[in-house]
Design a protein around this ligand. Structure first.
Ligand code: SER
Length: 320
């Protein structure tokens, strides 16, 4: 039986991944680690909870011992736009924190999941159909930490045999917990503004194509990779995974299919625009499909239909 620790369990991915892992492995086997933000009641009441973060190696060590943890999902990170505002803090969480987790994993024989990102690419990367193995010279602190995490994870596998595995996530869209300070956040915010005001002011320009994924697929991706037969994994720590690619115009057109009077205008945020322009327009994820059977369920139409319904129900505002 697995004993799992989630670091960053109150974040956008962590809040839903923790509940999904509790469902699959049993509530008592999944420890929700959090730092500052208080966990939701659902998270706090459904299983063990510990105030532990990746930058506190002693506490991390104690929690891993206390619960006999054998698998760590390290989801702690500052998203790309926040990381540009606070590069030192982003390095501390994204590199020192990752190093601490790997060290604790080495000592206690834990497997480690590391979420890398489309942010691990940069302006010299081929941005269309971005290959699995290609040039990675990111120009953001977020990207620098993600490439470092990929390399450290590879190193700990090769040098110490730590069972490290990871994905390069695209922008993640979900109806439960809001992302904070990411370049792809607009693809979540648009639904709240559409349901509330039937309009949205977009911070990215027309033509800013980026890869995206709906949360149910993001959860399956992490869990399926951690469950995959290790002998088949050639790219352990940095699988490109994507489910759809669109720009703001395409997303707005899809929203309009549900809400014909929806309007979108642009007030471009130069920081986010600059970041998005260095990230892939669309990634090639055939390595993930081949090595562990990656096969997302949600494309753009299904994702938009579900988000419109879920955000409408969440806000208690009908739109039909
Ligand atoms: N969603 C992230 C961001 O925009 C990318 O991995 O920062």
């Amino acid at each position: 039986m697995k004993n799992i620790l989630i670091i960053g369990s109150v974040g956008q991915i962590g809040s839903e991944l923790t509940m999904e892992l509790r469902k699959r492995y049993g509530n008592d086997h999944v420890v929700a680690g959090y730092r500052k933000t208080e966990p939701s009641e659902e998270l706090a009441n459904s299983g063990p909870l510990e105030r532990v973060d990746a930058t506190d190696v002693e506490k991390l060590n104690d929690v891993v011992k206390k619960y006999k943890i054998d698998t760590i999902y390290n989801l702690a990170a500052l998203l790309s736009a926040v990381a540009e505002a606070k590069p030192q803090a982003a390095w501390n969480v994204g590199v020192n924190g990752v190093f601490n987790v790997l060290e604790v994993a080495r000592e206690h024989g834990c497997a480690v999941f590391f979420p890398s990102s489309i942010g691990a690419f940069g302006p010299t990367t081929p941005l269309d159909n971005t290959p699995q193995d290609t040039i990675q010279r990111p120009t953001t602190m977020y990207g620098v930490t993600k490439v470092t995490g990929e390399l450290l994870s590879d190193y700990y596998f090769k040098r110490f045999g730590v069972d490290t595995r990871g994905l390069r996530y695209p922008g993640i869209i979900s109806s439960v917990t809001l992302p904070g300070g990411g370049t792809t956040d607009y693809a979540v915010e648009i639904f709240y503004e559409a349901i509330k005001h039937h309009k949205f002011t977009c911070p990215l320009p027309k033509g800013a194509f980026l890869d995206m994924m709906y949360m149910p697929d993001a959860l399956d991706a992490a869990i399926d990779l951690m469950e995959a037969n290790p002998s088949k994994l050639r790219h352990r720590n940095a699988f490109n995974v994507t489910a759809m690619s669109f720009d703001p115009e395409i997303l707005a057109a899809e929203v309009r299919k549900h809400m014909p009077d929806f309007k979108m205008n642009y007030e471009v945020d130069p920081v986010k625009e600059a970041i998005a322009s260095t990230w892939p327009n669309s990634m090639d994820d055939t390595a993930a499909r081949r090595e562990w059977g990656w096969n997302p369920k949600y494309k753009l139409p299904e994702m938009v239909a579900d988000m419109m319904d879920k955000i409408s129900a969440k806000l208690g505002i009908a739109f039909k």
